[in-house]
Ligand binder design. Structure first.
Ligand SMILES: [Zn+2]
Length: 365
């Protein structure tokens, strides 16, 4: 057995369901699950109930994190209609503006292009506009970013063609970045036949040849983020199972197995899960971070026994490599051998980099 030392993992896309659906996950259980997965900082999505559309809601959510988070964090805001002023007011505190241009979990879809264009014009930054969209709207968002000089980040890029579209846009000078999820890299649509609703998410899993294309074009990807989207097993077994899968605790072992199989190298892993996501969102790394991972033989992910409140995984039965032994934040050991050592509220909001540091990895000022 050997021990691998990593600077930390930053998961730039998670849904901790708090407020609104804390039977699935909450700030305490979700940030604990992050530490179990070696993740020292995360960005939480705004599709809560109610969605984070006002400075008051953002502040209330920030208060919850300040009291209960055990890892560092940034919080997105969103827009679902009505006056645009609140997003401008939220911008300094938010890690970014998340816009849903394609159907997702919750009722926050935006389809009015004129209104969307106004949002792109109004968003003052410093965080990027993060987009959940299918291909036609990805192209629209890239052009809107060009028109208004915005940084746009395409969340969970849905297809290899969309990935190539993003790359062409940045070659044309548009400040565009994108992320991919582990489930789109390590599962294909056969998982849906085997696992049913437990392998259903948005965007959906792809065919094996499309997954192979994702791997071939991994050099075009900026960020790997889990899109941790927990639902209970009972909800997944219901008549209308909600889309989304948990992922905070499986990203690192999946990627380390890929390193072991020479599909990825450790420097690139660190870029995709640490340096680049921090740069894209313009954050300094939390000081004194480190993750020690015990590397032994590959093992099969169990179906149960996770720290996340929903306690299941779509990767059950697949192989992973490495077990998180110890996690440090601000030089303090916060997680060790499956035990939480951090106190509630020890997590901090991520700190902004100084102005004029470039954000984004391609074509950005
Ligand atoms: Zn998501």
């Amino acid at each position: 057995m050997s021990v691998l030392h990593l600077p930390g993992l930053f998961d730039a896309h998670v849904h901790l369901r708090d407020p609104g659906a804390t039977h699935k996950e909450d700030i305490a259980s979700g940030t604990r699950s992050a530490l179990a997965g070696g993740i020292v900082a995360l960005l939480d999505m705004p599709n809560n109930r109610p969605p984070i559309t006002s400075p008051q809601r953002l502040q209330a959510k920030a208060n919850g994190f300040a009291q209960r988070a055990v890892c560092d964090y940034g919080l997105f805001c969103t827009y679902t209609g009505g006056p645009i002023a609140p997003i401008v007011d939220m911008a300094p505190q938010a890690c970014g503006l998340k816009l849903y241009l394609d159907e997702t979990f919750g009722d926050i879809l935006l389809t009015d292009l004129e209104l969307l264009d106004t949002l792109f014009a109004a968003w003052p930054g410093p965080g990027p506009i993060a987009i959940h969209a299918a291909p036609p709207m990805i192209g629209w968002a890239l052009q809107a970013a060009r028109r208004h000089g915005q940084s746009v980040h395409i969340c969970h890029v849905p297809t290899p063609d969309a990935l190539i579209t993003v790359d062409r846009a940045r070659q044309a000078g548009i400040c565009a970045t994108c992320e991919i999820t582990p489930h789109h890299l390590f599962l294909d649509d056969s998982a849906e036949r085997l696992k049913g609703p437990l392998a259903q998410m948005k965007p959906p899993l792809l065919s094996p040849p499309e997954v192979a294309r994702f791997w071939r074009h991994l050099d075009l990807v900026d960020i790997i983020a889990s899109d941790h989207a927990p639902h209970t097993l009972q909800e997944k077994a219901g008549a209308t199972p909600p889309p989304g899968v948990p992922g905070l605790e499986t990203t690192l072992p999946l990627l380390l197995l890929a390193v072991d199989q020479d599909r990825l190298d450790i420097e690139r892993l660190t870029e995709l899960t640490w340096h680049t996501p921090l740069a894209v969102y313009g954050f300094d790394p939390p000081p004194g971070c480190g993750v020690d991972v015990a590397i032994d033989k590959p093992y099969r992910f169990p179906e149960r026994g996770y720290t996340t409140r929903c306690d299941w995984t779509p990767f059950g039965g697949l192989e992973g490599l490495g077990r998180v032994q110890r996690v440090r934040i601000r030089h303090a050991t916060v997680w060790e051998n499956d035990r939480l050592l951090a106190t509630p509220g020890s997590g901090r909001p991520l700190g902004r980099r100084k102005a004029n540091t470039s954000i984004g990895s391609g074509g950005c000022p």
